[in-house]
Ligand binder design. Structure first.
Ligand code: SF4
Length: 352
């Protein structure tokens, strides 16, 4: 995976629904790209995005697909390149190659055709493969009844990328303050609607750690999602070259570990935000329980995302948040005993 950002396909006019962008990890898994995963990670979730000339109508400050991003820098989305392939070719590879894929996620960008094209791609995966199907929807371009149509097409889980932990940050990075089309209220209404359509804990809220929120604000937002009936899928901010936040630092590893652990505790009904304690600067100082079992096991520090056929996370996104040469933030596999020693040291790093 060393040449990740160099390996780019010119999208030209390759548009959905006949074409889709897919993560480089999926390209490797399906045999479209050459390379090996660091530490023999295996991809369990195939992430696809509808595509229209590699741009989104929105302008989120941290995103590699934002309309104002200078894409001559590199065509990365969440850290790695997202090459474009024919959907026919992807389905043939899913059916013809050896892999460990359990689920496909069909993701929208903000585009007027995104809903219809996502439904068309979901239909094809339902009819032609045996993968479970998730969708990542863009509430801004959706109309009443669309979630029901997506479920009918074959998706059993639904994600909503709220990304920012507070209303203020959302407006500043995705909404009015950047002349973006997204509205905080609309996104949370879509979370509630997804729970109604897909069922409790079949909806997921994506949150990006490190956009400027405090740990307390992030934990409270995870709890808010959980109380609504949605789980949280965590991402660690990564500065995309050419985006508005290209010089913003990644969150400290200790900060990220504490949020991972709080998310795990809340989403697994093992505790709640009210029982956790925070410093005056909003850092997590006490989880309200003995942490030994979490530190011995390590599952809390794995990638969070939609589950596969075995009930474990399928959307494991190997190295989507960090270079393989850097400490792993979202473990795409169970951490080893060596990893657990490091995690134990990282957990309280930076707490004042
Ligand atoms: S809506 Fe999604 S894809 Fe579009 S700029 Fe924002 S984060 Fe990126």
């Amino acid at each position: 995976m060393s040449n990740v950002t160099a390996n780019i396909i010119d999208n030209g006019k390759l548009q959905s629904p006949h074409y889709a962008q897919t993560s480089l990890a999926a390209g490797l898994t399906l045999g479209f790209e050459r390379g090996l995963f660091y530490r023999n990670a295996t991809l369990k979730g195939l992430n696809l995005l509808v595509t229209y000339d590699n741009k989104c109508a929105a302008d989120c400050s941290y995103c590699g697909l934002a309309r104002s991003r200078n894409i001559s820098e590199s065509k990365t989305f969440i850290r790695v390149s997202w090459p474009t392939y024919a959907v026919d070719e992807i389905i043939d590879a899913v059916n013809g190659k050896q892999h460990n894929l359990q689920r496909v996620c069909v993701g929208m960008i903000t585009h007027k055709k995104a809903v219809e094209d996502s439904i068309s791609i979901i239909n094809r995966f339902r009819e032609e493969t045996d993968l479970l199907i998730s969708t990542l929807v863009s509430p801004t371009v959706m109309e009443k009844g669309d979630l029901g149509r997506i479920k009918e097409a074959g998706a059993d889980m639904c994600g909503i990328a709220v990304d920012a932990a507070t209303n203020e940050l959302f407006d500043k990075l995705r909404g009015e303050k950047v002349s973006g089309p997204h509205r905080w209220r609309r996104f949370w209404d879509a979370v509630a609607e997804s729970v109604t359509v897909f069922g409790r804990y079949k909806a997921g809220v994506h949150l990006v750690v490190g956009l400027g929120e405090t740990e307390k604000e992030m934990v409270n937002t995870i709890q808010r999602a959980h109380d609504l009936g949605a789980t949280t899928h965590l991402f660690s901010f990564f500065p995309e070259a050419g985006s508005k936040m290209e010089n913003w630092p990644q969150p400290d590893l200790g900060h990220y570990r504490r949020i991972q652990l709080a998310r795990y505790i809340i989403n697994n009904h093992l505790g709640q935000a009210d029982n956790m304690q925070f410093s005056k600067d909003g850092q997590l100082t006490d989880f309200g329980q003995n942490l030994e079992r979490f530190l011995e096991d390590g599952e809390a520090f794995m990638t969070s995302g939609c589950a596969g056929k075995d009930g474990k996370v399928a959307c494991n996104r190997p190295y989507g948040n960090e270079r393989p040469s850097r400490p792993i933030r979202n473990f795409p596999f169970m951490p080893t005993s060596k990893d657990l020693i490091l995690i134990r040291k990282q957990l309280w790093r930076g707490v004042k």
